[in-house]
Design a protein around this ligand. Structure first.
Ligand code: HEC
Length: 236
């Protein structure tokens, strides 16, 4: 049970990017949901989630949902779909932005953390950015205003046969963003927390119910023990 969540991460993950999720932190989930709606839903849907469920789980009132989370014609019972057509997306990016409902499960938390931390300037790319975790990604760095821009720092590696190649050794900040590096990290933390919630919304309820189940089982244990003593007292 303890290891079940760690096992579904897929693909190789950059070293040094590790994040602890806490989906019981409702304030963090609310902030993450806001980032998701404002920065991601221009291109990505979350088609397995309904706005009213989001409101109920995260304690967001219907008025706030309507004014801050939903788009013009959406109704509270609608799923979090987007207006962009697949054919348009193919034209813009050469690939349709995938639905993000279960991305936290398919990629894993650390993969996502590495992804959002390692966009860097690369003039050879259509959007001028590349990514250490997802090489040649077709997504622009949509949070660049918050994070600022980064450039790669290279080092020379000599192969056994004597050939020298330049490889990226790390990233260096070029221009500052609206957020400090610490604040940006916290923002990404909230966003990924939200993506984890999104990929398994029932987890919140399951954990709440789980505590009561354990309490019930423990009190039943006491009861069963007393009952056993009562039944066996004449024999012992
Ligand atoms: C301007 C459109 C656009 C916006 C806005 C955008 N993305 Fe993307 N995203 C893309 C495209 C296009 C791809 C596919 C990239 C590829 O496969 O090369 C992608 C890919 C991804 C992937 C990798 C999916 C995979 O293949 O596993 C993740 C994760 C992701 N986006 C998350 C986000 C999040 C979170 C936000 C909001 C902070 C966001 N995106 C905002 C266009 C966008």
């Amino acid at each position: 049970m303890l290891f079940a969540t760690a096992s579904f991460a897929a693909g190789s993950t950059l070293a040094g990017y590790h994040m602890k999720v806490d989906t019981s932190d409702i304030k963090s989930l609310q902030r993450g949901a806001r980032i998701f709606v404002n920065y991601c839903m221009g291109c990505h849907s979350a088609a397995y989630m309904r706005y009213n469920r989001l409101g109920k789980d995260l304690g967001i009132t219907e008025e706030v949902l309507k004014s801050n989370f939903m788009f013009g014609t959406d109704k509270p019972g609608d799923t979090m779909n987007i207006a962009m057509r697949k054919s348009d997306a193919l034209g813009f990016f050469g690939i349709a932005p995938p639905d993000l409902s279960v991305i936290a499960r398919s990629r894993g938390v650390d993969w996502l953390y590495g992804y959002f931390m390692t966009f860097y300037s690369d003039p050879a790319k259509p959007f001028g950015v590349n990514n250490l975790q997802f090489k040649d990604v077709a997504m622009p760095h949509v949070l660049w205003e918050l994070q600022g821009t980064h450039k790669p720092v290279y080092k020379t590696v000599t192969h056994k046969d004597g050939t020298e190649v330049e490889v990226i050794d790390g990233l260096e900040q070029v221009s500052p963003g609206k957020l400090t590096p610490e604040e940006y990290k916290a923002t990404i933390h909230d966003l990924i927390n939200f993506l984890v919630y999104l990929s398994e919304p029932a987890k919140l309820q399951r954990q709440k119910i789980g505590i009561w189940v354990i309490i019930y089982l423990l009190s039943f244990l006491v009861l069963a023990y007393l009952l056993k003593n009562e039944y066996w007292k004449d024999i012992n």
